[in-house]
Design a protein around this ligand. Structure first.
Ligand SMILES: Cc1cc2nc3c(=O)[nH]c(=O)nc-3n(C[C@H](O)[C@H](O)[C@H](O)COP(=O)(O)O)c2cc1C
Length: 182
């Protein structure tokens, strides 16, 4: 098991992606609003803010409509989370095949990272996932052609402590150019 080094911010050190959530913990409106507020302040190319989020709380009708389209792998744990947040990206200018922004996918990722860090700071956990039927969910949510469903974030109270199977490349390995292998 790799230890997270102590010299990064505690919230970044604590963040991890559980696969078991406490189904008795609900997320009130102010919590969900704080998550979107964090996403809102993410940087984006030209301040294009090419993101949108479908918020579904466990137990509501929207949540049931999303859960139907999860792959069995995610369906085993994600429905227990207090909320599922479907992450949408503004890909094209409406009615054209022109990119809305060449960085829209990149920018959505940053917004979801902000949201995840905010959730961690509030004692919650997030696991992002792509294990769902994208085409069916796009149709279910009536997402227009110029927007794209990219991922879902399950947000809630984790039932487990940080798992042992987290693996990361070393800091040296992140540096470009790669060190010559001897
Ligand atoms: C774009 C994206 C897609 C992911 N898809 C899945 C998925 O389909 N199923 C899953 O269990 N985890 C998924 N994950 C979670 C990653 O596996 C997890 O973040 C990674 O193993 C690192 O673990 P950590 O977040 O605890 O540091 C996804 C994460 C990202 C960012």
């Amino acid at each position: 098991m790799q230890q997270v080094q102590p010299d990064i911010h505690p919230v970044l050190r604590q963040r991890w992606s559980p696969r078991s959530f406490d189904r008795w913990v609900d997320l009130p409106d102010d919590v969900l609003n704080a998550l979107l507020e964090a996403a809102r302040w993410a940087p984006s190319a030209g301040n294009s803010q090419p993101w949108s989020f479908v918020l579904a709380r466990r137990g509501d009708d929207l949540h049931r409509r999303i859960v139907k389209h999860l792959a069995p792998s995610a369906g085993a744990w994600a429905p227990d989370a207090g909320a599922l947040i479907v992450n949408l990206c503004h890909r094209y200018v409406e009615g054209t095949d022109w990119e809305y922004s060449e960085f829209s996918v990149y920018d959505l990722g940053q917004a979801v990272a902000h949201l995840s860090v905010q959730a961690t700071a509030m004692g919650l956990a997030v696991r992002q996932f792509r294990a769902f039927d994208k085409q069916a969910l796009t149709a279910e949510l009536e997402v227009p052609d110029h927007w794209e469903v990219l991922t879902i974030a399950a947000v809630g109270a984790s039932l487990a402590g940080r798992g042992p199977l987290r693996d990361r490349r070393s800091v040296d390995d992140l540096r470009w150019p790669p060190a010559a292998k001897g």
